[in-house]
Design a protein around this ligand. Structure first.
Ligand SMILES: [Zn+2]
Ligand SMILES: [Zn+2]
Length: 653
């Protein structure tokens, strides 16, 4: 646009994310706006959101709009970047495999893929490097991504000539007038966009793997080749990503769970139903002991309830409506019309425990805790190791309290959650306060003034405990506000763990009440809380966080006693027996193997301590101490070691 023409053009109001607005000539592009804000922003800009839609930075804006310019730090920026990278990959494939036919090539959570039909050419992981190299070459040409609107007839003509039946099929579903092509260099694709300004922004490329994928996800269609890749604006970022992938692979709880013999799955038992092996069970029981101890201190009463409940129980609670049709189906009995459900939640059972006798305001709060196993039917495709299963045990508890006790109870639960995080080495955590949508109050159950009070007090409780929180409006459940914890693990991934939830609904559905100081009936507030969430998911996260190197108090095997030769087996036996008498878990390796081999095997099993015994140790009644990953720690008298170790192994309080 020539500056001298500006005054003849109408101007439009552009509103920025901070709420401020500026006038620009109609037809201004996102890139021009970015430049007018700062050179730095223009350099890093990848795409622009215009009235909620993501556009190319080169597309003219002709009407007033609210905009946000996206960079690599925004999802919208990354998606445009990875979508553009998929086009560059397609361009590279066309150069290397003339005649290749293209399906679809979208951005995904981490990177992008393209589904392609290579005809009868075999394509495997070995071929990725050449495509990668070509992509880097093409990216360096710094070709612009150019958008053109194309009449449907022309579009069909183009792909008919090219002989790409997949794009022709996609075109069938599109209406004339809404069809756009994108071109970079010699490559043209049928595409809605948006794209980044030019290929030169792509500085680092990695193609990750090859898989088969049916065209349009339908197994009646042809199997295409799906190529996954990821790209970055800087080589350093790719290096970091690859390192993280490597680390994540090493820590994968499914892999370590097998190697450390913690848990297993059997198709015969059923998908998503974990089998806890002896060592995994020790780990799990230690976590339970840890939580029980903390709960006793915090004034909880343990309860036990059955794994099933009558259908009527869940009709009352509302869970039947939520889980009935899409979960495990009712269990029938010889009694006509009698139906039971596997319990999807422990709460209804606990409500019935609350109701066994009249309660007075002086009895509250009542805190009922149970390691309750629940069953929910997850789609088989959703199942994943211990993180998504069909049967799991929650460290569940329900607090029944008066409205004036909510804050105090929240503070106590926050303390419990932080005790868990500290004891297990999660140092990096934040919390989300989920509030009502203030514009939509009628959507929520419970009295208005109680909501206002609970929301304020949850925030105050979090502040008093120094939690870093984000408050999100509209994220509360319809039955109450909540506080969710997010932790970062040792390699920077975020996991949601632990939640504290206020509930005004179940007390009403179950007609729970207490007699107040005014001698009138009142409804208690119910708080659901589970600091671990579920033992299954928590163990999965813990394994990946500590890479299988559990804190000493949790380790299924804490000690390996390793005699240097057969001659010292008797002494080794005495050492292990003495320690086991003190509740220390371990084993003696009396195989006829060299000591180096025994040490290596104990290291692989991630046993925290190794006690090596030979001539010198036997004669001096000592043990030579070796720590996993740290090596030789010198020798110690047996009794001295015992005393030290028993203290080290104690459950944290
Ligand atoms: Zn595209
Ligand atoms: Zn509950």
């Amino acid at each position: 646009m020539h500056p001298e023409n500006l005054e003849f053009m109408s101007s439009i109001k552009i509103t920025l994310p901070d709420g401020s607005s500026r006038d620009y000539p109609a037809g201004v592009t996102g890139m021009e706006i970015a430049k007018s804000i700062s050179e730095g922003l223009a350099r890093n800009a990848l795409s622009i959101e215009v009235n909620g839609e993501i556009w190319d930075l080169s597309r003219p804006i002709n009407a007033p709009a609210s905009i946000k310019i996206f960079t690599w730090n925004d999802k919208g920026g990354k998606y445009a970047f990875w979508h553009s990278s998929a086009h560059v990959m397609a361009e590279a494939l066309e150069a290397l495999y003339p005649g290749v036919k293209l399906g679809i090539g979208p951005p995904i959570e981490n990177g992008f893929y393209y589904d392609v039909d290579l005809g009868d050419k075999a394509f495997g992981e070995d071929d990725l490097a050449a495509v990668e190299k070509k992509m880097v070459e093409l990216a360096k040409l710094n070709n612009s991504f150019v958008r053109t609107e194309v009449p449907k007839k022309e579009a069909i003509e183009y792909f008919r000539k090219k002989g790409d039946e997949y794009k022709l099929e996609l075109l069938e579903g599109l209406t004339d007038g809404s069809i756009t092509f994108y071109k970079q260099g010699n490559f043209v694709d049928l595409c809605r966009g948006p794209h980044i300004p030019s290929t030169g922004l792509i500085k680092a490329v990695k193609l990750l793997n090859v898989a088969g994928a049916y065209w349009r996800g339908d197994e009646k269609n042809k199997m295409l080749t799906r190529i996954y890749g990821i790209t970055f604006p800087k080589q350093k970022e790719l290096d970091e990503y690859l390192h993280l992938l490597e680390e994540a692979k090493k820590r994968d709880h499914r892999k370590l769970g097998k190697e450390l013999e913690l848990f297993a799955f059997s198709e015969k038992v059923g998908l998503g139903l974990p089998l806890w092996l002896p060592k995994g069970t020790v780990l799990r029981e230690r976590l339970e002991q840890f939580m029980r101890k903390a709960q006793v201190k915090a004034g909880y009463d343990p309860v036990v309830t059955p794994h099933i409940g009558s259908k009527q129980l869940y009709v009352t609670s509302g869970h039947y409506e939520k889980y009935g049709k899409d979960s495990f189906q009712p269990i029938h009995t010889p009694e006509e019309g009698e139906e039971f459900l596997l319990k999807p939640m422990n709460c209804p059972h606990h409500c019935e425990i609350y109701k066994v006798k009249p309660r007075s305001y002086k009895d509250l709060p009542i805190r009922l805790a149970e390691f309750g196993t629940v069953y929910r039917y997850e789609q088989s495709g959703e199942l994943h190791g211990l993180t998504r299963v069909r049967g799991f045990t929650q460290d569940d508890a329900h607090i029944f309290c008066r409205p004036d006790q909510v804050k105090e109870e929240f503070i106590a639960v926050i303390d419990l959650v932080l005790h868990v995080f500290r004891s297990l080495g999660f140092e990096n955590y934040t919390a989300q306060v989920s509030l009502r949508d203030p514009a939509n109050k009628q959507k929520y159950m419970g009295e208005d003034h109680l909501w206002d009070r609970a929301e304020r007090e949850i925030q105050e409780a979090a502040d008093e405990r120094g939690l870093v929180t984000v408050a999100v409006k509209g994220e509360a459940a319809f039955y109450g506000p909540k506080l969710d914890f997010m932790v970062k693990d040792a390699i920077g991934r975020s996991w949601q763990l632990g939640t504290i939830q206020v509930d005004y609904q179940l007390p009403q559905r179950f007609e729970l009440e207490y007699i107040g100081s005014d001698n009138q009936k009142h409804q208690p507030v119910m708080i659901h809380r589970a600091p671990f969430g579920s033992l299954e998911r928590f163990v999965a996260v813990l394994i990946e966080h500590c890479a299988g190197n559990f804190p000493l108090w949790l380790a299924p095997e804490q000690i390996a006693v390793l005699p240097i030769s057969e001659k010292f087996n008797d002494y080794a036996q005495r050492v292990i027996t003495t320690l086991k008498d003190k509740d220390i878990r371990g084993f003696m390796d009396d195989r006829d193997e060299k000591i180096g081999r025994k040490i290596r095997d104990a290291e692989v099993k991630k046993v925290p301590y190794m006690l090596i015994v030979g001539e010198k140790e036997v004669s001096e009644n000592k043990v030579a101490v070796r720590k996993h990953g740290l090596g030789d720690q010198g020798s110690m008298g047996l009794e001295e070691f015992e005393n030290y170790f028993v203290k080290e192994c104690a459950i944290p309080v």
